[in-house]
Write a protein that binds this ligand. Structure first.
Ligand code: PEP
Ligand code: MG
Length: 612
């Protein structure tokens, strides 16, 4: 039973009216939330191995007699770089997931690139440049070509190239790594223009509390690593390195994407209390993870976890997840140059199913496309969110779906597996998948490979057309899971990544609520279960509405499960239905949530604050 009640009014940042003049002015910055959590520490300005490749190199030439030795110098720098990357992979592989450590395979591929080798060698032979000069000129040409493409994925690859090139240059110049992690003060918060993932690997994590980085996106490698390490991080913090100085006190809130430089005493006191309260509340919630998520009048909801990496299963169980509602398998494919084969996928899925000990495990087939781009699989398109995303990739890369479905059908003997298909727009797409399933079952039977032909197959409802034909779809699938992140985007024609139109991204819009309601009603009529696995499932003001709409399963990030469970336990189904009716009849999206906000503030403000 919960005891902690926290003053909800304490949740705004206080204005500093301190009589002590702080040594430096408190400044507030906003960036992109990359990894959740709050931390306070000291600035450590990091410029590590990042080399500025934009400056023109000194055009040094060599004597003809030195051509061979210069080529040898370059080749040995490449060798040393490759060895270094392999060592880094071994080192970091122990502290992060196997999947994340694959970032270093990408780096290895760059260092092994034949074109890079031949281009530089040719320039040494033909133009008689030193190895260093020939190499810098080559990298500059490469980066200039990348800079012309304003695409987040390409920009991330450019940063990988800079990272590896910085290493090669270091070896050409016989420099050793400038990362002296032992010299990092305890409680360092790394502030950098850019910090390549391989440099992250060199850092001593006992000394680091978080990151704030000028470049990057939520999906860049450094953000992925920060999340794997459980360190708060913010990216896209423009010009932050111009303001921060080594040793400055800094506070970062990775959930809000907010950083306060030189926080004054009152701000520090406020945030330290907030950290303590959050930790204490989270501890209590974790301890009560055996509590059922049941409203005061007996309506039970199943709370499941969304996972990016199957290896993070312990985090789900310790927070009391009753199952996995969504495993985003595309992340197994995004950071590696080669798609995992059937056997590798089978191992990952089987291990997860066994670890979940018979609880339901929903594994989504790859949702590559949209903002999760990989040109290893999808073509370059003008509108990737409306292009060959997810199930649509099956038409261009049928082997991806075949391999994944075979691995899933085989893994299905190890637990309660549910296969989920994303981005469904019509019946035909689902019929084709079911036919493929039948064909693969026959194939596996013929090959004598153990498999489960009765694995449940369901679909994501995240496109309005699917919600509108939910009755037809419900006849042929085993379950629905509503992907509200995309449902809002596609219903309201608002790019979920574009901050210029974010004011229109309104999940409370009546059109969205009606589509959710229609989907749930269709599922009920056809006796299949319906889940919500988009972000709304852990939005404190939507929990009553989803319950009011009769959703049976909510799936969210593992750390949100405790707070959502507590919210469910403090509300009643009758109130939730009243609030939902109110929301459905509101004229404006802004007013749709009013009743729910008031209700949650009255009943669960302390736990709601952990989610916002
Ligand atoms: C969704 O769209 O709500 C969803 C859960 O999928 P994703 O965020 O991966 O697109
Ligand atoms: Mg989606």
């Amino acid at each position: 039973m919960m005891t902690a009640q926290i003053d909800p009014d304490a949740d705004s940042i206080p204005l500093c009216q301190t009589p002590h003049i702080p040594a430096k002015k408190e400044i507030l910055f906003h960036g992109i939330p990359a990894s959740a959590g709050i931390c306070i520490g000291q600035v450590f300005l990091y410029d590590g191995l990042t080399v500025d490749f934009s400056a023109p190199p000194e055009l040094k030439k060599i004597h003809l007699d030195h051509i061979d030795s210069e080529i040898l110098l370059f080749e040995s720098a490449l060798d040393s770089t490759r060895d270094e990357i392999k060592q880094l992979k071994n080192k970091i592989g122990k502290s992060i997931s196997e999947q994340d450590a694959k970032i270093f395979d990408v780096h290895l591929l760059i260092a092994e690139d034949r074109q890079l080798h031949d281009g530089v060698v040719q320039s040494i032979r033909k133009d008689h440049y030193t190895a260093e000069c020939a190499f810098i000129l080559y990298v500059q040409r490469y980066l200039a070509a990348f800079a012309a493409i304003k695409d987040p994925y390409i920009q991330e690859r450019a940063s990988d190239i800079k990272d590896v090139s910085g290493r090669i240059l270091g070896h050409l110049r016989h420099e050793t790594s400038s990362v002296e992690t032992e010299s990092l003060p305890k409680d360092s918060i790394i502030i950098a223009k850019d910090i390549p993932p391989s440099d992250v690997a060199l850092l001593d994590f006992n000394h680091i509390k978080g990151f704030a980085i000028e470049s990057g996106s939520r999906s860049c490698h450094t953000s992925i690593l920060a999340r794997s390490m459980g360190l708060p991080a913010i990216v896209g913090m423009h010009s932050i390195t111009n303001h921060a100085e080594n040793g400055d006190t800094v506070l970062i809130d990775g959930s809000l994407g907010m950083m306060i430089l030189n926080p004054c005493q009152e701000t520090l006191v406020f945030y330290r209390e907030k950290i303590n309260r959050n930790n204490e509340l989270m501890r209590i919630l974790r301890e009560s993870s055996a509590n059922v998520a049941e409203t005061t009048d007996g309506y039970r909801v199943q709370l499941c976890a969304n996972l990016i990496h199957a290896e993070d299963v312990d985090e789900c169980l310790s927070n009391g997840a009753q199952g996995i509602g969504l495993l985003r398998t595309e992340f197994m494919f995004l950071n590696t140059p080669v798609a995992p084969d059937e056997e590798q996928q089978y191992q990952v899925y089987s291990k997860l199913l066994k670890a979940m000990g018979g609880r339901p495990v929903t594994i989504r087939t790859i949702d590559i496309g949209g903002d999760k781009l990989s040109y290893a699989y999808s073509a370059k398109e003008a509108n990737p969110f409306l292009g060959q995303r997810a199930i649509r990739l099956t038409h261009v890369r049928p082997e991806l779906m075949r391999t994944q479905l075979r691995a899933l059908l085989r893994a299905g003997i190890h637990g309660d597996l549910r296969i989920m298909i994303p981005m469904v727009t019509n019946l035909q797409e689902v019929e084709e998948i079911l036919e493929l399933r039948d064909e693969l079952v026959t194939e596996l039977q013929y090959q004598g490979l153990p498999h489960n032909p009765r694995v449940k197959i369901g679909i994501m409802i995240e496109i309005p057309s699917a919600a509108l034909i939910a009755d037809e779809l419900a006849k042929i699938v085993d379950f629905f899971s509503i992907g509200t992140n995309d449902l809002v985007q596609y219903t309201l024609a608002v790019d979920r990544m574009n901050e210029n139109v974010s004011y229109l991204y309104q999940p409370g819009h009546s059109a969205v609520l009606q589509l959710i309601q229609k989907t749930v009603q269709a599922a009920r009529r056809h006796n299949i279960y319906v889940s919500v696995c988009g972000e709304l499932a852990a939005d404190p003001y939507f929990v009553p509405i989803l319950i009011g709409l009769d959703v049976l399963q909510l799936s969210m990030s593992p750390s949100s499960i405790g707070p959502v469970r507590e919210i469910v336990r403090r509300i009643s189904k009758i109130d939730a239905e009243r609030i939902t009716k109110n929301a459905m009849s509101a004229d404006h999206a802004a007013s749709a949530l009013m009743a729910s906000r008031e209700y949650i503030q009255d009943h669960a403000a302390d736990v709601a604050a952990l989610l916002s």
